[in-house]
Design a protein around this ligand. Structure first.
Ligand code: SF4
Ligand code: SF4
Length: 280
């Protein structure tokens, strides 16, 4: 069953600078103005139906309005479910406030462990405390990019994450619109980390779904910090699948599904929300 979802880039700014970030440092900047935050909230208040609003960045918590206005505004003014993708670097007090604000309305917390910036044990302790503080009915998953040359560390992280009772979600590294070609020494480890038969619920291997009927644009869209809406991330990359701008009042969903025309589906959210037909 399809679960209507919008992935909203609430800001470009991030407090980390990961070497493998799919966003270039040039684009990893900026955030909406005060007035635009109001317009975004007006848009979500008027968006018909029940949606999961999954907020991404940059790093959402690095934009003060995220916790001060956006999360409270979505909770007070809409009935949508709230989810977040974060590097979990926010101070404990901010995480506690997020947990309190979203109680009863939280869908998924996707927390990414970035080994260039954090110690495994400290991150896992923080993640475990956050898991205990958030809405018990929400899901939480810990993402880790399979960075070449650092896979032994990723394996250590996986063990610590599993040991803390948290869900580990490996992601193959993306590069220049495709996936990274791992060297032979790393290939075996990658295989072991993603499992023999990875699927979108267990790992992000960025497969191709070219030709499959896809409901993105109808029941799913991505929204940039400037208000531009696109069918999906890959469509946005190619400047296709434009659905209008929500700040300018020109947004409109597609009338129906259409076949995927791309060689990579870099994000598992459309697959895991039932947008792509024919997946097991
Ligand atoms: S935390 Fe995420 S958005 Fe920020 S630099 Fe790292 S990969 Fe990019
Ligand atoms: S890349 Fe993925 S989300 Fe985008 S149209 Fe293709 S299958 Fe759908």
């Amino acid at each position: 069953m399809r679960a209507r979802t919008v992935e909203w880039q609430v800001c470009g700014v991030c407090n980390y600078d990961c070497t493998y970030c799919i966003q270039s440092p040039k684009t990893r900047v900026g955030h909406p103005s005060e007035d635009d935050v109001t317009r975004f909230l007006d848009f979500f208040a008027a968006l018909p139906g029940s949606w999961e609003v999954k907020m991404t960045g940059g790093e959402p918590f690095a934009f003060p309005a995220f916790l001060e206005r956006i999360v409270p505004g979505l909770i007070e003014r809409t009935t949508h479910t709230v989810s977040v993708l974060t590097n979990l670097s926010a101070p404990p007090a901010q995480l506690a406030r997020f947990a309190a604000l979203t109680r009863g309305r939280l869908g998924i917390v996707s927390a990414s462990i970035h080994l260039e910036h954090v110690e495994i044990d400290a991150f896992v302790d923080k993640a475990r405390a956050f898991r205990a503080a958030i809405d018990p009915s929400a899901s939480m998953v810990i993402n880790a990019v399979l960075v070449p040359g650092r896979l032994a560390e990723v394996e250590q992280a996986r063990a610590a994450i599993a040991g803390a009772g948290l869900r580990f979600f490996p992601q193959v590294m993306k590069l220049g619109g495709g996936t990274f070609a791992y060297e032979e020494g790393d290939r075996e480890k990658v295989q072991e980390l993603v499992g023999i038969r990875p699927n979108p619920r267990t790992a992000n291997t960025a497969p191709s779904y070219r030709g499959r009927t896809c409901w993105t644009g109808v029941d799913y869209f991505v929204l940039t910090q400037r208000g531009d809406a696109f069918r999906c991330r890959t469509a946005r990359r190619f400047d296709e699948g434009f659905l209008g701008n929500v700040l300018q009042g020109s947004f409109g969903l597609a009338a129906g599904p259409s076949p995927c025309t791309y060689d990579i589906c870099p994000c598992t959210v459309p697959a895991n929300r039932g947008m792509i037909e024919g997946l097991a």
